[in-house]
Design a protein around this ligand. Structure first.
Ligand code: TYD
Length: 386
């Protein structure tokens, strides 16, 4: 049974950027650790139809880093010469577009994005990952050779069932490749903003090894990825002769205490301290006459702003390159979201990195801002001015 280790208070839907006249609702955001499976999950799941629907706003092609990331994994999968690849959660086709339409199909419950990849020529099933979707795929295409999912398996509350459905659709010699933010990185970076409604779970390898085994999979390779604040890419297989030991990685997680509730409780104490430090820093800079804005209207920043009580009195606006987010307000805290060229005016002296996971890309892009003395503020791994 899950033991709660952190409570981030009442939170709105993290990606629920809203129009000024719109209403929103709040839920209790808390995470827990299950000592039996080692799985870290939300204490209360938000219904997936509320999170993933025709109005889903997050666009995977939004950064150069992610475009390159998907190009590289697509090239690596193509080298295996699969007959058919299935992507679960294809978003705007940032991965799919590297395949011939006859060689890749997708499942995407957000209708707006399912239409995009359909128009690109890819057979896209606009449904959630469930038994009837898998039945349909098996009926229309037979088994597939590769199942790929990026930042999607962690969205599925019933993860055991989700893995067993992958097993059903994957050919016996096929490979299951998926990547999601990892617990060890969250703990090391104090990035509590990885905990939000869409992340039903934050995976450790300790948990995945157990859960995948229940579905008949063995992990044969793990790649550590810098994206999304630190992720693991898992390669799993049903063929026992291909099993490669991941004992070293499991030992690393045990040494970091990922199999003990105390580690998570200690993390929660550091998070509470991070809140105090961030709020103090922002108010101090504000009192000194600094003009501060947010950079990147991310789901992660929704958690930070609501947990820390950061609103328009501290941040004049939040910039974001996604056209669909511009003109909207941040969930819960109602800070106006604008295009970077509108928000990053010459009188802005400091930016809070809502998209801290793209810090390198952003700092490189905003050289002129840094050159005139502009400050980049982050809370990861500790609160500071870069
Ligand atoms: P991401 O960390 O992927 O968001 P989330 O927490 O929701 O997973 O950040 C992507 C968002 O940041 C996206 O809305 C685009 C925005 N962004 C900018 O506005 N400017 C930038 O230079 C970068 C890299 C991202």
């Amino acid at each position: 049974m899950k033991q709660q280790f952190i409570d981030l208070g009442l939170q709105p839907i993290a990606n629920g950027f809203l129009h000024p006249e719109e209403h929103e609702w709040f839920f209790r955001l808390a995470a827990g650790y299950d000592p039996e499976t080692h799985l870290v999950s939300l204490m209360h799941f938000v219904d997936n139809t509320v999170l993933f629907n025709d109005r889903y706003i997050y666009c995977s092609s939004g950064s150069a880093t992610m475009r390159t990331h998907f190009e590289m994994i697509a090239a690596s999968i193509k080298n295996r010469h699969p007959r058919l690849v299935l992507e679960i959660g294809s978003n705007d086709g940032v991965f799919l577009k590297h395949f011939h339409p006859g060689a890749a199909i997708a499942v995407e419950p957000c209708g707006n994005f399912a239409r995009v990849t359909t128009e690109m020529g890819y057979k896209t099933y606009p449904y959630f990952w469930n038994t009837s979707t898998v039945d349909l795929i098996l009926q229309n295409h037979g088994m597939v050779d590769v199942v790929y999912a990026a930042n999607c398996m962690c969205h599925m509350p019933d993860i055991e069932n989700a893995f067993s459905l992958v097993r059903r659709v994957l050919a016996p010699e096929g490979t299951f490749i998926f990547e999601d933010p990892s617990v060890i990185h969250m703990l090391q970076r104090n990035s509590y903003d990885q905990i939000y409604d869409e992340h039903a779970h934050i995976f450790s390898l300790l948990a995945l090894e157990k859960l995948l085994a229940l579905a008949g999979f063995a992990i044969f390779n793990v790649e550590k990825l810098p994206v999304h604040g630190g992720s693991n890419r898992i390669y799993a297989h049903q063929c026992p002769t291909w099993r490669t030991s991941i004992a070293d990685q499991l030992d690393e997680e045990r040494s970091a205490g990922l199999d003990k509730i105390e580690t998570y409780l200690e993390f929660a104490r550091r998070v509470a301290q991070s809140k105090v430090e961030l709020v103090e820093l922002l108010w101090r800079l504000r009192a000194q006459g600094e003009k501060i804005i947010g950079y990147g209207a991310t789901s992660k920043s929704t958690v930070v702003y609501n947990y820390c009580g950061i609103g328009p009195d501290l941040l004049n606006c939040v910039t974001d390159t996604t056209p669909a987010k511009q003109g909207l307000l941040t969930p819960g805290t109602h800070i106006p979201i604008v295009a970077p060229e509108v928000g990053l005016k010459p009188d802005v002296t400091a930016v809070f990195l809502g998209a801290w996971n793209f810090a390198d890309e952003i700092v490189a892009k905003e050289r002129a801002f840094a050159a005139r003395g502009g400050k980049f503020i982050t809370h990861v791994p500790n609160v500071r001015v870069l």
